[in-house]
Design a protein around this ligand. Sequence first.
Ligand code: IVH
Length: 681
Amino acid sequence: MSSVYRQINELKEQLEYHNYRYYVLDDPEVPDSVYDKLMKSLMALEEAYPEYLSQNSPSQKVGGYALRSFSEVVHQQPMRSLANGFSKEELEGFDRRIKEGVGQDESLIRYVAEPKLDGLAVSLRYENGWLVQAATRGDGKTGENITQNMRKVLGGATQLKGDSVPQVVEIRGEVFMTKENFSKLNNIQRRKEKKLFANPRNAAAGSLRQLDPAITKARPLNIYCYALGEVIGAEIPSTHWESLEWIRALGLPVTSLAKLVDGVEGALEYYNHILDQRDDLPFDIDGVVYKVSRLDWQNDLGFTAKAPRWALAHKFPAEEEITTVENIEIQVGRTGAITPVARLKPVFVGGVTVSNATLHNQQEMSRLDIRIGDHVIVRRAGDVIPEVVSVVLSQRPDDVRYFVFPKTCPVCESPVVSEEGGVIARCSGGLFCSAQKKESIKHFASRKAMDIEGLGNKLVDQLVDDKLIDDVADLYSLSVETISSMERMAEKSANNLFQALEASKQTTLARFLYALGIPLVGETTAETLSLYLGDLAAVMSADEEQLINIPDIGPVVSLSVMAFFEQPHNKAVIEKLLAVGVSWPPVEKITEMGESIFSNKTVVLTGSLSMPRSDAKALLKSLGAKVTSSVSSKTDYLIAGEDAGSKMDKAQQLSVEVLDETEFLRLSSSDVSTLGHVPED
Ligand code: IVH
């Protein structure tokens, strides 16, 4: 047997296995990126050696199977897959083939661009306006009958609306679960000690393919429709864009993110725009899809064995990759929290090279059943810190090693105590532990805290190890000579650091409070404390009642704040800091909280405001607004400072009300009742 043949067979077997895990068990073992690579290798080999290409190859079939537990549905029109592209070049190739295919060399092809939703495909059949059948894609020809379950998902949309209801229409779409519902569902699963879903896609598939429709009903699923199947008794629109409009008119949800674009340039612009929004979207997408809008051209172009020639899925960079665990180590945080961290063989994921991933805590480690030497799936989405999602058990080497969670702090040897029912492990050494000391100093110096430029982590470690500083206030008694005596510290950098330390003394109350590292007090809470209490003395002496009356501050944070300021050590450090000249301008305190026009509104900030962005955010939040980062149809107000850019354009496109800073400040200090409300009739 030739080695190419063997290689092809091996790839086919692996792909079949992964198809089974993904489509049948709703429990994939490897990320899509790994699957895509295997598929690419197989297709490349089959192209080079067409004599080995067979009809039953995974490259020629849609990946699923119909589960025997459901009855079978034969699709009137096959449910196909999509060809994938990962680069501009692949998109250009696609566009070129379309142009050649339809004989349009000169003008730009008009595409409908849509998000590629990461859920599962379903086909809905309506007769005389009523849902008569719903099916999964299955192998593309035969799917599972999930009519009862889909009724629960569709609610009112089991009956079509409007005056253009045809005798028969098949509508196709993607069932998905929002990120928020996914995490709620997993919290419930965790509480019930049931298996967690790896991602929203599996949760959606697992919830829809339930033999008991009551379970599906209890799981919040959504659908966006994206195509027509069979139509009888109505004229089929002449473009895909019009099909989407028709589907919408029939009362089924179609994403408002779908857009008409022209040529490669328009497609790329759309791709970048959606990629920018990816993290802020309420649901997972793994790319965008371009479809030739003219249906006569779609017809001319036709299909390959498994996908239409007139569509391309332009995939986003993978957020999940596979790599190996080289070691597991313990990190001691600023408040003593003990976090196990996996040291990984470096892997490119989510746009950066990742070599560490958090394992969160001991419970999470046992849930993952992770060992040193394991192959793992690492996820890095947006700015979220990389984490290990799962272990690829079928690839576990024989020589994996267990990691024993320590009973004493690996840095100071104080006992490790557990909190919150054993979820959090903490070093009990307090500031006696040099790790905690170092971390609290690094936090103090960080950009959002005192912003001491030039005080890197290594330098802090060295200063503490050499006993040159013992707390954050000691930073301000370092001389240029001492600093320049440190390793790798040239005279110039020492001078710069000295200047930066001096400059950092002029700060804001909010930054100062944040810099102190009070447990549970992040930037926003520090801002809120500053705005509502107005000065340090008031924060230090606030009692529980005062604290919990501040918006967004609950009993747990209140106790943490009070406990911090009760500690003589903390009071002493604060006094030392004030004595060396750390100071801030007086804060304009918020006096009362009227109902504001921002209550329950979604607000976006853009451009440069005269107040720090974080102050504006805290103010809005205190007025009951939700502050988000990108403008969408859900945005109520855009507050635009100087030099507002693309968000401003977007707001104007979507007719979102735009306020300048003066208006914002006026509105935020007035009560709704004084705003000249126009009464509704
Ligand atoms: S159109 C004949 N549009 O991607 C073309 N599919 O990889 C049928 N998907 O099975 C698919 N978003 O589950 C289409 N906007 C979109 C989509 C989409 C997600 C899924 C669908 C399909 C799979 C193919």
